[in-house]
Write a protein that binds this ligand. Structure first.
Ligand SMILES: [Fe+2]
Ligand SMILES: [Fe+2]
Length: 204
């Protein structure tokens, strides 16, 4: 069943979002980082715990999987750290974190998962988030090609890919600078910071 909410429900959702005290969060969403993230969200971001919950709810993967919620939260953190340096569109980078692996059907080989994730984002636009046509164009491209090993693209797309690749330590692969796209991601401090979080499964 396609998850959705009406315009009224969406307005109500945003209103409810303002009341942090009533927020019900589970597991990773209880971490300090997600709460900090949430405070940021109240100001500038459309990435809410409810959006992550909705996406986790439709995912074929376990929420604790290599390509599930914990990974998405770290990709979000990586992207937020990179975007001010690269000049990427932060709305696209944040949406990418939530949707790029949202339609994986397994934890192994699934070459079409990026295309499905992009399509899911298209379906959720206007229901769970807003984006301009240009932002959707970038988001779709970033999702569709994120696992193809490309490094050349619009800087917003590159920032999305780097945010994802910097989390490879979670599966035992140390990111290498030659496979990253932006100078910001290739900075040793950035690579170390992201990899330390990946290998220790940090979501805060
Ligand atoms: Fe992926
Ligand atoms: Fe990913």
């Amino acid at each position: 069943m396609r998850p959705s909410c009406s315009a009224n429900a969406r307005n109500e959702r945003w209103t409810n979002d303002l009341d942090v005290g009533e927020l019900v969060m589970e597991n990773a969403q209880r971490t300090p980082a997600f709460q900090n993230l949430r405070i940021g969200l109240l100001i500038v971001s459309q990435i809410t715990p409810k959006l992550f919950d909705m996406i986790v709810g439709q995912s074929a993967l376990s929420r604790n999987g290599y390509h599930s919620l914990d990974h998405w939260v770290r990709v979000l953190a990586n992207g937020r750290r990179l975007a001010p340096v690269t000049g990427a569109n932060l709305n696209v980078v944040e949406l990418f974190s939530a949707f790029h692996d949202s339609r994986r059907i397994n934890e192994g080989r699934d070459p079409e998962h990026g295309v499905r994730g992009a399509q899911f984002a298209v379906e959720m636009r206007g229901l769970w988030f807003e984006a301009t046509n240009r932002e959707m164009e970038l988001l779709r491209y970033a999702c569709e090609h994120h696992s193809n090993g490309l490094t050349e693209a619009d800087v917003t797309v590159q920032t999305c890919w780097d945010a994802d690749r910097l989390d490879l330590g979670r599966v035992g692969t140390t990111p290498r600078a030659e496979f990253l796209c932006t100078g910001a991601a290739k900075q040793p401090e950035m690579m170390r910071w992201a990899n330390d979080r990946a290998v220790s499964s940090q979501t805060y």
